[in-house]
Design a protein around this ligand. Structure first.
Ligand SMILES: *[C@@H]1O[C@H](CO)[C@@H](O)[C@H](O)[C@H]1NC(C)=O
Ligand SMILES: *[C@@H]1O[C@H](CO)[C@@H](O)[C@H](O)[C@H]1NC(C)=O
Length: 325
C-alpha cells in the first residue's frame, strides 16, 4: 500500500471511529420540532406520552410512543406565568414530575443573559391544556449579583426530601429544598454542586437521576441558542456532560475522578453527523425502549433556529456505571 493510500485509510478509520462514538437518535415522527429543553413523561391513567418544551407559555405535545407520532396539544400557561417579572409570557425549561396523583411542572421566568429570574410551578391532574393551575413563584429566585441564576429547575425526591436543582452560568448548578407541598422554597441556602471555572462558566440545564448506587448529575455545557444568527466557535455549542455521586447533595465527580465543582464533567453526547448542539436533556425509563437520554438538537438538514430544534432520544447503556449512548 502506498504511503498516501495508507494515510487515506488511517484517516477514514479515524473518522469512522469518531463518528461511531455516538449513536444517532431513534427516528422521531410527527411534530418533533418545538422541542427546546424538553421534559418527557407518560400519563399514568392511559400511558399517553407528554412532551413539554420552552416556548409560548410551555408547549405541550403528545404521542402514543416516545418516538411519536408527536402532535401539538396546546400550552401549559395559556395566559403566561403569574410571576410579575420580565419574561413571564415566555416561560422556559420545564421539568415535570408525577407525585401522588398530581403532575408538577417547574418552569423558569427570566430574560436571556440576566439574573433577574424566578422558578415557578404549575400543577394538573391530567396535563391537558386548560387543566393547569399556576402557583407562580416557588420563591427560588435570583437577582443581579447573586451567586446563581434561578432558571432550569429539576426536582428529585430522596427519602422524603424534595430537592430542586437549578442554575445557569454565574456559579453554575445549585441544589436547594422545597416544602412538602412541592410549591415553595424552604429557605435553605442553595449549595453549589457543579462549577465550570472557565469563563463564561457555561453549565446549565441540570438533571439528576438515581440508578444503582449513584446519583448522576447531567448538565448542558456551552452555548444553547440562536445558532441561526451567531454560531459559537466549534466545540462551544451545547453538549451533554455528566458527573456522579453517592449522595444527592454533592461530591459529584467525573469519570476521571475530577470534582464537578472543579470544572469536571464527562462527555455523554456532543455534536456528530447531522446532530448539532445536543442539550436540555433528561432521563426517562421507557417501558419499550428502556433507559433513554432525551434532549433537543439541531438537525443540520432541517435548520439552526431555536424553533427548529428537534427531540432526540437515545438508549443508554449503563453497564460500565457511566451512561453511554
Ligand atoms: C467548561 O467551559 C469551557 C469553556 O467554555 C469548555 O471548553 C469546557 O468544555 C467546559 N467543561 C465542561 C466540563 O463542561
Ligand atoms: C453495553 O456496553 C457493554 C460494555 O461496553 C457491552 O458489552 C454491551 O454489549 C452493551 N449492551 C448493549 C445492550 O448494547
Amino acid at each position: 500500500m502506498s504511503p498516501s493510500l495508507l494515510r487515506f485509510f488511517l484517516l477514514a478509520l479515524t473518522l469512522t471511529v469518531f463518528s461511531a462514538a455516538f449513536s444517532n437518535p431513534l427516528p422521531c415522527t410527527g411534530q418533533c420540532h418545538d422541542a427546546h429543553d424538553p421534559s418527557l413523561i407518560r400519563r399514568t391513567s392511559d400511558g399517553k406520552y407528554y412532551r413539554f418544551a420552552t416556548g409560548g407559555g410551555i408547549s405541550i405535545h403528545t404521542a402514543s410512543t416516545i418516538t411519536g407520532p408527536w402532535a401539538n396539544a396546546g400550552t401549559v400557561l395559556t395566559k403566561g406565568s403569574s410571576i410579575n417579572s420580565p419574561g413571564a409570557g415566555d416561560a422556559w425549561a420545564p421539568d415535570v414530575k408525577y407525585v401522588e396523583g398530581t403532575y408538577y411542572l417547574y418552569y423558569a421566568v427570566s430574560s436571556f443573559g440576566t439574573q433577574q429570574s424566578a422558578i415557578g410551578v404549575a400543577t394538573s391532574t391530567s396535563m391537558d391544556t386548560g387543566t393547569w393551575t399556576d402557583h407562580g413563584s416557588t420563591s427560588v429566585t435570583s437577582k443581579t449579583g447573586d451567586e446563581y441564576n434561578a432558571i432550569d429547575p429539576n426536582l428529585i425526591q430522596v427519602g422524603g426530601t424534595n430537592y430542586l436543582a437549578f442554575g445557569s452560568f454565574w456559579g453554575d448548578i445549585f441544589l436547594t429544598t422545597l416544602s412538602s407541598n412541592l410549591e415553595s422554597w424552604l429557605g435553605a441556602k442553595p449549595i453549589q454542586i457543579e462549577l465550570n471555572a472557565t469563563t463564561p462558566r457555561p453549565s446549565e440545564g441540570a438533571y439528576i437521576y438515581h440508578t444503582g448506587s449513584y446519583y448522576y448529575l447531567f448538565f448542558s455545557s456551552g452555548s444553547c441558542c440562536g445558532y441561526d444568527t451567531s454560531r459559537p466557535t466549534p466545540g462551544n455549542e451545547y453538549k451533554i456532560m455528566v458527573c456522579r455521586s453517592k449522595t444527592v447533595t454533592g461530591g459529584y465527580v467525573d469519570k476521571n475522578g475530577v470534582s464537578c465543582t472543579s470544572s469536571g464533567g464527562t462527555l455523554v453526547l456532543g455534536s456528530h453527523g447531522n446532530v448539532y448542539g445536543p442539550g436540555g436533556q433528561g432521563i426517562y425509563d421507557d417501558p419499550v425502549q428502556g433507559s433513554v437520554l432525551y434532549y433537543h438538537y439541531v438537525d443540520t438538514n432541517i435548520g439552526y433556529s431555536d424553533g427548529d430544534k428537534v427531540l432526540g432520544v437515545n438508549k443508554i447503556n449503563w453497564s460500565t456505571g457511566w451512561p453511554v449512548v
